[in-house]
Design a protein. Structure first.
Length: 472
């Protein structure tokens, strides 16, 4: 099969292939070598810490839908957050799990940069298939940011996955080769720095005949709302009907079709005919084969005659090309430590954010967020090299592009701690948790914070970070 070539070169390394085995094999071995699970999980309940039987250091949170029955096979959504927030992740899926009848599990260990991700995945899958009755034709993975790349990797390397929900992230690596197709639902915010990646991936999947959908939220690099998650599961249900693994539900198809028709009409009324065309194509490819789509096909063909489609497409593609080029410029400027040029670029972007031109405005928002991401990477690298002056310079950019980012205040705290400025360190940490910092492991392990770790105020900071970590 052809390769899907991405524009993004920041890769989450997930070498899962060598440890792969089919779910059926794992289940058979489990039945032979282990006693059956005896815990009774009640319908409509959360369990926040289930330890994996093959590795007690690995665990996950779970939610059991109101229709749950331990004697019946259920579809499952296996979720990977970028920060190991299992509790938060299962809560995100509660309503859709109840509506469509899914078990949801989310790793409490999987996070960006985890070197033992293979063990985490294998232990999690082994436990889920041993502990619960799972419909093996309806196994889905989902993930946020780096977790989206993990979710995609499981489908590519481990296999036996019917669909992936990739939130704010795509496939695991550049030039990814995929030997088998699976349903791919991507969700990305209009101001997310990974927006271009997922728009590009959507087009590539279309050319390859890959079953896919793309939803654009109004947010940045963050979890989508429950309505947007529901749209992905609804799409999986309809694709399941097409594939014969889900009973046909005429009401669901009818409601989906009406919603899509309304969404297309709204875009047309706003004059966004290029986006309407793309949504129409996604809609038709989804419902084709379920009923007669000739009337929708005729409406689509009428829309194609609109001359504005081509001009809008050209504008979108030129804007995307310019944005991609700017990203490369920013990487070079960060590497070259050209701080005065970076500040000039930030000033231009701040002006463009106020533009009435929607393409220019949204591109400027994404580029500011892209600079925020680069600020994080380069500041962290400078701190690891113990180059405080360089870290401070990068933080001047971080402050201008994303002043209230909690990681920015955390880095400020690290610098003040290295200077033995206790009051400033505590102040910056309090600001970090105020704006949502939740990485407790970093707070507890960062060497430069050793001098304040025994203080009562530091305990309060840990408690606030814990609240942030568990929030949903």
């Amino acid at each position: 099969m052809n390769k899907l070539v991405l524009l993004i070169s920041i890769i989450v390394l997930v070498a899962i292939g060598a440890t792969s085995c089919t779910n059926n094999t794992a289940k058979d071995e489990n039945d032979e070598q282990n006693t059956k699970e005896t815990t009774v999980y009640k319908p409509g309940t959360f369990v926040y810490s289930v330890n994996c039987r093959t590795d007690q250091a690995q665990g996950y949170a779970a939610y059991f839908p109101v229709s749950y029955n331990l004697n019946i096979e259920f579809p499952v959504i296996i979720v990977f957050d970028a920060h190991a927030r299992g509790k938060m992740a299962v809560h995100k899926f509660k309503e859709v799990a109840d509506e469509f009848g899914y078990i949801v599990v989310a790793s409490n260990n999987s996070k960006n940069g985890l070197k033992t991700i293979n063990n985490t995945i294998n232990a999690l899958f082994d436990d889920v298939f041993f502990r619960f009755k799972i419909d093996e034709n309806r196994v889905y993975t989902a993930g946020f940011s780096g977790g989206a790349r993990v979710a995609s990797s499981v489908a590519i390397y481990k296999g036996a996955v019917a669909g992936v929900i990739a939130i704010a992230g795509g496939l695991p690596k550049v030039g990814q080769e995929i030997s088998q197709k699976f349903n791919f639902s991507a969700i990305v915010g209009v101001s997310d720095f990974n927006y271009l990646e997922l728009r590009t991936l959507d087009k590539q999947m279309d050319k390859l005949g890959f079953p896919h959908m793309l939803s654009i939220s109004s947010k940045g690099h963050e979890w989508p709302n429950k309505k947007e998650l529901r749209a992905s599961i609804e799409w999986f249900e309809i694709m399941g009907m097409k594939n014969g693994i889900v009973p046909v539900n005429d009401n669901l198809i009818r409601n989906y079709s009406q919603h899509m028709a309304d969404s297309i009409n709204k875009l047309v009324l706003k004059g966004k005919v290029y986006y309407a065309k793309n949504l129409y194509e996604q809609f038709l490819s989804t419902i084709d084969g379920l009923f007669d789509i000739s009337s929708y096909q005729k409406s689509y063909e009428v829309l194609l005659k609109n001359p504005d489609i081509k001009s809008q497409q050209t504008e979108v593609e030129l804007s995307a090309k310019a944005e991609s080029e700017k990203q490369q410029v920013y990487i070079s400027l960060f590497k070259e430590q050209s701080f005065s040029k970076l500040i000039k670029e930030v000033n231009v972007l701040n002006v463009n954010v106020l533009s009435k031109d929607e393409l220019k405005k949204n591109s400027a928002k994404r580029l500011l967020n892209y600079m925020s991401m680069l600020s994080y990477i380069f500041t962290e690298s400078a701190l690891k090299s113990n180059n405080l002056k360089l870290a401070e310079n990068y933080l001047t950019i971080y402050k201008k592009v994303d002043a209230d980012n909690p990681d920015r205040y955390y880095f400020e705290a690290c610098i003040s701690a290295n200077k033995n400025l206790e009051k400033e360190t505590l102040g910056n940490l309090n600001k970090a948790v105020k704006f949502g910092f939740f990485d407790i492991s970093r707070l507890k392990s960062e060497i430069c914070l050793n001098s304040i770790r025994e203080l009562a105020e530091f305990d309060n900071i840990i408690a606030k970070a814990q609240v942030n970590f568990e929030s949903f």
